[in-house]
Design a protein around this ligand. Structure first.
Ligand code: FAD
Length: 530
């Protein structure tokens, strides 16, 4: 049965959203946080109320079979899921809608669109699921005569599975659930689960260096890519399938994280794992966040490599119903397709006890789906649907994520939290809330993920958001962190990325872009300027 279309505004498919019970929970937490304040509600325009300028371009007859200038296609490809994009969608500003959306079915059709775009001087935006949270998919004309978006969803097959080396050749437009469903009969899995798993694609993951919810060891998609194919305006590139190679700088690595500026990733051989059969997990309470962080450092440095290990500060645990607001919570899980993992779990719990951690209950089997761990898991899966409600009430809620080495973490955390809280007060005139969790952990440091909530004002939301996020990222960069651990750079993170990357590296990247995309068609303004 055909699934409903993806929403043009909000998360998921048409007809999906938070349930009345979830809305009541979210709204009660917000009212508590902002002392019962009353919020003005603004509703986004319905699809048919959105006004789009007439398309500036008409694709040639040779592209007609797989291109569209329909209202829905153009509106649904105007934005990704960043907060400022939600704000513009809320007020019905779709001025950057693409003129044309292409749904190529093979590389030949991608090459044909790129050739036409080059001749017609049209900018090109590659589009996977459109879940970018950094302004990565909004079309920009930037000196061109129009904008075309290339949506990869028709290229979505698992083409080949190699059970001996445990890898699969997968087309870039495959969404998470479909890709896993095709691997399941082979008893194999990619096990790459970003929170956006349901509505994002393999090509998008590779283009943004996404982070899955394997919290240690296989954190980024990078380690799962064995080889890939990319169609650039100058031709196609295919890398060799190799388990490892020392042959100069890696061509795979040049495209992983290239955010669509160098070419369109069309498929990749991906490393797979057996489906897990053995599991152990559960939640551990700690007196405070830093005690939980120290325990997690011990676990990470003991080489235990839990599949899931995140810590929530007390407020974050409370907001997601995983805690009482007094204790920090660690969610811990081990899994294997090969051997029992209770011994690993037992050793990790010893590390926790050494730092004052108290396990919620004896952990085993499905404990990661029960108790605090289960409540956190549910909130994590359902959270993305809440924003399209809360923004209607003028709530600014967003996240930023970074990574830092352990010896700097505690001071870094305190400075960022304080700077963000101060910025919320300055921008809105009210106290807000800043919480922190770890999404990924390495032997040499964590990836802290901050969430902020502020009571904003309709008409000023984008400006207020910008002031808060800028102050936070200024502090992240000043403190030696990275502007992003897994959300990518896009256009939103450019000012801080420019400060983070070495200047000569920027020149090198520009030279690579000139070689592959000499007319500067692809994603102008993402990662670098021409
Ligand atoms: C609710 C929510 C939760 C999220 N959770 C996570 C998370 O846990 N981990 C994480 O890493 N990220 C997360 N993200 C961010 C986002 O999902 C990732 O960046 C994801 O990898 C984007 O995939 P996509 O298919 O949606 O790509 P898109 O958003 O469509 O595109 C992202 C960028 O890649 C380019 N691109 C897309 N496909 C291709 C291609 N085939 N070839 C070349 N360039 C391409 C686009 O032009 C754009 O610049 C989340 C986002 C949301 C909204």
């Amino acid at each position: 049965m055909a699934q409903p279309r993806l929403k043009h505004f909000g998360w998921g498919r048409e007809g999906e959203g938070i349930t009345p019970e979830e809305e009541a929970f979210v709204s009660s937490r917000i009212r508590e946080r902002f002392h019962g304040g009353k919020f003005d509600e603004v509703a986004p325009p319905r699809l048919e109320e959105i006004k789009l300028a007439p398309p500036r371009l008409k694709p040639p007859a040779s592209l007609a079979a797989f291109t569209s200038t329909e209202h829905y296609d153009r509106a649904a490809h105007t934005y990704g899921k960043s907060y400022p994009e939600y704000v513009r969608g809320l007020v019905g500003d779709y001025s950057s809608a693409p003129d044309v959306v292409a749904y190529p079915r093979n590389e030949r059709e991608i090459a044909a669109v790129l050739d036409w775009a080059g001749a017609a001087q049209v900018s090109v935006t590659p589009f996977g699921g459109g879940s970018s949270v950094v302004g990565g998919v909004e079309p920009r004309v930037d000196g061109h005569k129009g904008a075309i978006t290339i949506d990869l969803r028709e290229m979505n097959r698992v083409v080949e599975v190699d059970p001996i080396s445990r890898a699969a050749r997968i087309e870039a437009g495959a969404f998470g659930p479909a890709l896993e469903a095709e691997l399941k009969p082979h008893q194999l899995t990619l096990r790459h689960f970003p929170q956006s798993f349901e509505f994002s694609t393999l090509g998008g993951w590779i283009a943004t260096r996404s982070g899955g919810h394997f919290a240690t060891l296989y954190t980024h998609i990078d380690d799962l890519v064995e080889s890939l194919r990319v169609v650039t305006p100058k031709g196609a590139i295919e890398t060799r399938r190799l388990p490892g190679s020392g042959a100069g700088p890696s061509p795979d690595r040049m495209f992983i994280g290239s955010e669509g500026i160098l070419g369109i990733i069309t498929e990749a051989w991906m490393r797979l794992q057996p489906r897990p059969r053995f599991r152990a997990g559960g939640a551990v309470k700690f007196p405070d966040f830093f005690a939980a962080a120290r325990a997690l450092r011990t676990i990470a440095q003991a080489g235990l490599f839990p599949a899931n290990c995140r810590i929530l500060d007390p407020q974050e645990a409370y907001n997601t119903a995983a805690g009482d607001g007094k204790s920090a919570v660690m969610v811990l899980a081990f899994e294997s397709g090969d051997h029992p993992v209770e011994a690993w779990m037992a050793r990790a719990l010893e590390c926790c006890r050494d730092h004052g951690g108290e396990p919620e209950k004896a952990a085993g089997g499905d404990a990661h789906r029960e108790g605090a761990a289960g409540r956190w898991r549910n909130a994590f899966i359902r959270m993305p649907y809440a924003r399209e409600r809360t923004i209607r009430w003028g709530i600014i809620n967003d996240t930023f994520e970074t990574a830092i080495t352990w010896e700097r973490f505690e001071a870094f955390h305190d400075k960022i939290k304080a700077a963000t809280e101060r910025a919320i007060r300055d921008a809105t005139g009210h106290d807000g809330q800043v919480t922190c969790r770890f999404t990924h952990v390495y032997p040499d440091g964590p990836a802290p993920y901050f969430t902020f909530h502020a009571a904003g004002r309709h008409g000023k939301l984008a400006e207020q958001w910008n002031a808060i996020k800028s102050a936070a990222l200024d502090e992240v960069i000043a403190g030696g962190g990275t502007v992003t651990h897994h959300h990518a750079v896009g256009r939103d993170h450019r000012p801080w990325y420019n400060r983070q990357r070495p200047p000569l590296f920027a020149e090198t990247l520009k030279a690579a872009k000139r070689a592959l995309d000499p007319k500067g068609l692809l994603n102008p303004g993402v990662l670098i300027d021409p």
